[in-house]
Design a protein around this ligand. Sequence first.
Ligand SMILES: O=P(O)(O)OC[C@H]1O[C@@H](O)[C@H](O)[C@@H](O)[C@@H]1O
Length: 315
Amino acid sequence: MERSNKPAPISASGTGPQPNVHLEQGRAIARLPSGDSVEVLLYGATVISWKSNGKENIWVSDAAKLDGSKPVRGGIPIVFPCFGPPPKDHATGKLPQHGFGRNSHWEYLGSSSSESGALAKGGDDSIKLDFGLSHQQLSEDTKKAWPYEFGLVYSVTLAKDGLQTMLNVTNQGKEAFEFQMLLHSYWRVDDVTRCTVNGLGSATYIDKVLDAKEQQQSTPELRITGEVDRVYKSIKQDITSIVQDGKSRLDVQRDRIVDSVIWNPWIEKAKGMGDFEPNDGYKNMICVEVGAVDGWQKLEPGETFEGGQILKSHL
Ligand SMILES: O=P(O)(O)OC[C@H]1O[C@@H](O)[C@H](O)[C@@H](O)[C@@H]1O
């Protein structure tokens, strides 16, 4: 029997508010029904904002260039295929510090409700944005400096309970290559002097502030009271946390990678960087970077590497 005021059908799923993605000013912006959001600049596939409960997790310098003229000072720049100044006698030797990942134009490959990855529950709980970069997209000069046929896919998954950023590297060529990778994440804190970085265990680290001497972490907590530039190797614990005033602020979980760099430029180095503003911005940031930077990862033709981070904010 036909009724004039027939009730609307109830569908099993997908009727509630959905995550949405839009592209604007060279960036992809995704938002969950909860209001949590993430913003990724196509230049460098740099995450420049991640808000949970309306609050920003990420530090970006007030003087950061977002126009593609230089790597972003802040956010999560992607370091690939070399970390720091490359050794002159290595195949990456002609590349700039931290390689070309952070200053190349990546392609937006699209979004999906995540069906894989640690944060993925499918449906409207999470959304995954994919970005791609390959040999063909590089400038002629960069292709000459590092002539390998590689393919990168960077996946950024925003979920109610966190953010996951994963880098997938494939050797698409006929020759093996070696690389390093690092997600150079700048985290926003109220006051770095009230923070500790926990979970580095008794790992060994190269202290770049102390003539690159190898040291061993002797305390369970690292307190930031001056310039810090340390490369921790093969950390046993999966999670490194930023703790502020004794309360967890952010948990950084390494996923399939075991190294981390902890960096804060402090007063003089911050003043020396033209794109670091305000000058005392070093008080409001700490870099906890995850990567594979101890030695080199080798990929034979057709092989793939994947590594990244799962982030849980306590804001
Ligand atoms: O100024 P850049 O190239 O962005 O590098 C910033 C810092 O990046 C860190 O990862 C390095 O350990 C530091 O040595 C370096 O100073």
